[in-house]
Design a binder for this molecule. Sequence first.
Ligand SMILES: *[C@@H]1O[C@H](CO)[C@@H](O)[C@H](O)[C@H]1NC(C)=O
Ligand SMILES: *[C@@H]1O[C@H](CO)[C@@H](O)[C@H](O)[C@H]1NC(C)=O
Ligand SMILES: *[C@@H]1O[C@H](CO)[C@@H](O)[C@H](O)[C@H]1NC(C)=O
Ligand SMILES: [Zn+2]
Length: 972
Amino acid sequence: MAKGFFISKAVGIGGIFVGVAALSIIIALSVVYSQEKSKNNNNQVSPTDGGGGTTTTSSTKPTTTPPNNPWNKYRLPQTLVPIEYNVTLWPRLKPDPATGLYIFTGESSVLFECVEDTDLIIIHSNKLNYSGSMSDGGFAHLSAVSGHSVPSVNEGFLFFETQFLVLKLNGNLLKGQLYILSLNFTGELADDLGGFYRSEYTEGGTKKVMATTQMQPTDARKSFPCFDEPALKSYFNIILIHDVGTVALSNGRELESKNVVIDGQNVLRTVFERTEKMSTYLLAFIVSDYGNIGNNIGGVDIRIFARKPAITAGQGDYALNITGPILKFFEEYYNSTYPLPKSDQIAIPDFNAGAMENWGLITYRETALLYDEEFSSNSNKQRIATIIAHELAHMWFGNLVTLRWWNDLWLNEGFASYVEYLGADEAEPEWNVKDLIVLSDVHRVFAVDALTSSHPLSSKEEDIQKPAQISELFDAISYSKGASVLRMLSDFLTEPVFTKGLQSYLKEFAFSNTVYTDLWKHLQMAVEATTTELPDTVNNIMNTWVLQMGFPVVTIDTTSGAVSQKHFLLDPDSEVTTPSPYNYEWIVPIKWMKTKIIQTPKWLTQKSDTVNEMKVTTTSDWVLVNLDVVGYYRVNYDEGNWDRLLSALSARHEDIPTINRAQLVDDAFNLARAKIIPTVRALQTTLYLKNERHYMPWQSALNNLDFFFLMFDRSEVYGHMQDYLRNQVTPLFEHYKTVTDNWTKVPTGHMDQYNQVNAISLACRTGLKACQDLVQGWFKMWMDSGNNPIHPNLRYTVYCNAIAAGGAAEWNFAWEQFQNASIATEADKLRAALACTTEPWLLNRYLEYTLNSSLIRKQDATSTIVYIAQNVIGQSLAWDFVRARWNYIFTQYGGGSFSFSNLVNGVTERFSTEFELQQLKQFKEDNADVGFGSGTLAVDQSIERTQANMKWIAENKENVLNWFIEAVKTPT
Ligand SMILES: *[C@@H]1O[C@H](CO)[C@@H](O)[C@H](O)[C@H]1NC(C)=O
Ligand SMILES: *[C@@H]1O[C@H](CO)[C@@H](O)[C@H](O)[C@H]1NC(C)=O
Ligand SMILES: *[C@@H]1O[C@H](CO)[C@@H](O)[C@H](O)[C@H]1NC(C)=O
Ligand SMILES: [Zn+2]
């Protein structure tokens, strides 16, 4: 899967009140993929098919069953191995007249081998109802393939906790024999974004309904009974029954689509080509009336599906243009031809994650696939390119070769999150998109991995059992830390060695399963075939990064050449209670330079060491460590070297590579948070920004200053901070005014376009009059003429600032535009900008809208509330709203679409007073009976963060205030 809701650059950069990028950090760092429903609804039987004439019965075992029964365990017993499934599904896109529910019916049969004698069949089944009598086994049909005798089914029951259907037989299935189990079932086609579900949208004033799926990680069992574990790969023959006039899609190619009459209804029956041997979580079934465009690249049929008007408007063209080249790129990178005859990609209006790599039929959020020149920013475009690359990368890494169990999820997701940059770079070589991994993944995950509540990349198989535990693994550590350490590995092995090992790994394990050490083995073989020298084996080096949480801060003392490492903790007073097999020491690759000259790389293999070349004797030489931030660690220096680096920045900042300028800022601010260096030292790294025109250092500074905004935007520090930042950003604003010919042109470079957004958003946010006039003028032109003159790159920022400066007229205009937006990308920008108003009544009304899914889609509810909380005025309103509605939100509005941890973190992020701390504790107490679901940890983290914020303000407010006052006085 690709990350869930993602705050694009255009949205994440902030406006007057919306935090610069903290929003993107909180949201991306939390478990945005969580499949809450499995936690909350374990014990619900789904509504039954009331209209189909079938009798539906189910029985449950009393919960007093001794817990040592095989069905009490979450893992399947290793007795039966599936070989092939035949599955026919019929989703009804109109509600059942009797019950008002949307349902689907299905028939499935599975051919399996018995590998150990057993008198039980245990197969996954969640929220499915079976036709016929369960208590006497009449609902199931069991046969033996070779005609030998087969025991009969005595009894069947559903065991809800572990999501099993259990069949008790009157004799044993025999080792080595093949059997077929057939079942008929019904399920609800709910709007719950999991398993087989429905998505709704309006087109030309008409409501449309489509059926689609999201199986990963554990919801295939919600669409048909199956052995739902990734290692139980099988072949699938899929048939979909659907209305005339609709299109059915699945993993395989459509072989035939015929008119048939079933139950007196004239329908289409579409048969799909048998899949390759694959895992259940990669299946997909979709019925819609979508349109498509396509081409054929090297024998692979590539198609993009979307709502018909979106296809007609050309919104699928960009995705189609880049898919072929990216696919070709990965074929070469993996040295393996694309394993399937077709590659479909489809945009779904309601979708919880960002995208899902179903083999041959990839599903996306609309914003992650559809591009429109007129509406999409360059950030939207980058997101499309990287997500497509991410999903296509999985076609091999993840789909062809699959990790055996979810505990190794980090390797699957970390890998795709790393190579998505390589794939996107192939499609858009001008962008330098590979550099951006430093901001989007490395720096971003440093923030969570520096907490004692972090966890190692690798989990033990036995610790990951329940669906909720599996869902929790889809976090920033798996994705972004995974990507960061694999990038480091590829770098120190060199790309040719890395890809060689990767290629032989894919070759050996095609169509089967692995554990992460299998990849290390193949990389080690590749290393041994070359002269590459490493201080230890790939396995031993990587274990220090994979088996312990966190990362080191490497300290260079240039007075002596001493180099040492220490576990970096954002809160120096926090206590690490998790023991580490390596005592929080890492094997650290060190790439470095000395005063503009790149030096021979080193390794730090112990706690401390001396590198004589790092000793500096002159007053001008400086040492810079971790070039391009390829290593997953922070760097600190002795005072003298910091001084010399800062002088270099202010004298000729180009002497320091761009990525490392971003690094110096980010490291300094975080070392200050950890009390390793003074806060004013961190602030000093922003002085040179007056002369900086590059995006990455500015973005790095804004990410860090956002914390200052949150802590001080309600205090007297705020005015002085505004004065300082306005001074710093004015030259950048003027620069863009010049290069864009008075705002009439678009800057050429991709990152220049990003930094133009930074220039405008920070200038307006800090009250630069010229900026405010500019954006309000544009917005007024739009309101007056009905024609939007604002470039898509700038839209969010302009909307946000204009709405903040305006009143009800501006807000209502934008709301109307939001409701009428024909592309999700534009709707998202408006939705975020609507939260920028300073009118409390408008914010309160907007909060009410978030829980009405006809106004705000369920998938967007959490992020909208968080947007409002980011606004300094909306903050307390959102907090009151969430507190007052917690019970409702939790019980009524729960499920996969609602991520409680995002919500809790989002609404409490600014908390920094004793009063707020008390409120938070009260909230925890008041709702103890309702619970917090996936937000449980977030509530405790919020309490901890509030206390840390209070401490930080007490220690820093005076200094920071004085520093800003002095910095404005002193001309630099
Ligand atoms: C699936 O259907 C095919 C064609 O009808 C049949 O040959 C095969 O035995 C079936 N397999 C299973 C598992 O039912
Ligand atoms: C499932 O339903 C079909 C008719 O649609 C019937 O032929 C078949 O026997 C049923 N299978 C079971 C296991 O009940
Ligand atoms: C797709 O490619 C065609 C042909 O190269 C080009 O004309 C068109 O502008 C491209 N569309 C987009 C949205 O990139
Ligand atoms: Zn993924």
